[in-house]
Design a protein around this ligand. Structure first.
Ligand SMILES: Nc1ncnc2c1ncn2[C@@H]1O[C@H](COP(=O)(O)OP(=O)(O)OP(=O)(O)O)[C@@H](O)[C@H]1O
Ligand SMILES: [Mg+2]
Length: 250
């Protein structure tokens, strides 16, 4: 991303001149208070939020100037993980993972008609995320932590070039949160897939990321290796938010 700037409906930018590189093998935590632009940043990188100025290259695609049909390919190459998991509740865990292989495939690739090779890969990923024994259960019968593991296996099914995870552990209890972030960090390091994840809990970011990027009102205020940062150094992202809000209203 270079000078990445996003505004909705011609309003003031909600993302303002962000320069950021994601490297293979690293997991980067994106911090910032509510409304600072974390989700917007991830959305703009997959064409879900309008880039008004600047550039973004994702998996070799120039996101601002996509050619015909390129948006679908871009989205097929980006693994996404969401706070609410976004599984299909009544379908089996296995089928949910297999839908990751549908990205970029034609409409004829119907549920239940997956290639044997895809089924084998889906089972491998389920084994890797530790829930292969749940493969035939409906997704809705799993706990939150298990559902997020399914969502991660589904993302792996895409053979993603990068993974964006928007508050992947906000719906999980602290212990599960740690285990899911450990899994994402392992995928980043072992598979060489860059992972960008937004978080609201500083200690989780400090424990599980290689680098921290901090937004405030759409501007990048922090970008440093996690080992060089402390909770205190990050307080600049959050301080006086309430006061400013009062000023806004006044
Ligand atoms: N579709 C949209 N149309 C107009 N404004 C939007 C839209 N989506 C987000 N915004 C605005 O952009 C700003 C940044 O929102 P964003 O969702 O990126 O914040 P965030 O950092 O993800 O917050 P949170 O931590 O609450 O998820 C906010 O002021 C929000 O109101
Ligand atoms: Mg958000």
């Amino acid at each position: 991303m270079r000078e990445l700037t996003v505004s909705y409906d011609g309003d003031a930018p909600v993302l303002d001149g962000v320069d950021l590189d994601l490297f293979p093998g690293e997991i980067v935590a994106l911090l910032g208070s509510s409304g600072s632009g974390k989700s917007t940043l991830m959305k703009s990188l997959t064409g879900f939020a309008p880039i008004g100025y600047g550039t973004a290259r994702v998996a070799g695609h120039d996101v601002r100037n996509l050619q015909r049909g390129e948006l679908r390919r871009l989205r097929a190459e980006v693994g996404q993980v969401f706070q609410q998991f976004n599984l299909i509740p009544r379908l089996s865990v296995m089928t949910n993972v297999l839908t990751g292989a549908l990205h970029g495939a034609g409409p004829l690739n119907l549920v239940g008609n997956f290639r044997r090779e895809d089924r084998e890969r889906a089972l491998q990923y389920l084994d890797r995320v530790g829930i292969v024994h749940k493969a035939n259960e409906p997704a809705r019968s799993l706990s939150g932590g298990q559902q997020q593991r399914v969502a991660i296996a589904r993302a792996l099914m895409q053979r993603p070039k990068v993974i964006f995870a928007d508050e992947p552990v906000a719906s999980l209890d602290p212990k599960l949160a740690d285990s899911v972030l450990e899994l994402l960090a392992e995928i980043a390091r072992e598979d060489g897939i860059p992972v960008l994840m937004s978080l609201h809990v500083l200690p989780l970011a400090l424990r599980h990321s290689d680098r921290i990027v901090g937004l405030r009102h759409g501007r990048m205020l922090v970008s440093a290796p996690t080992a060089e940062l402390t909770a205190e150094a990050l307080s600049v992202l959050y301080e006086n938010e309430e006061d400013e809000h009062v000023d806004d209203i006044a």
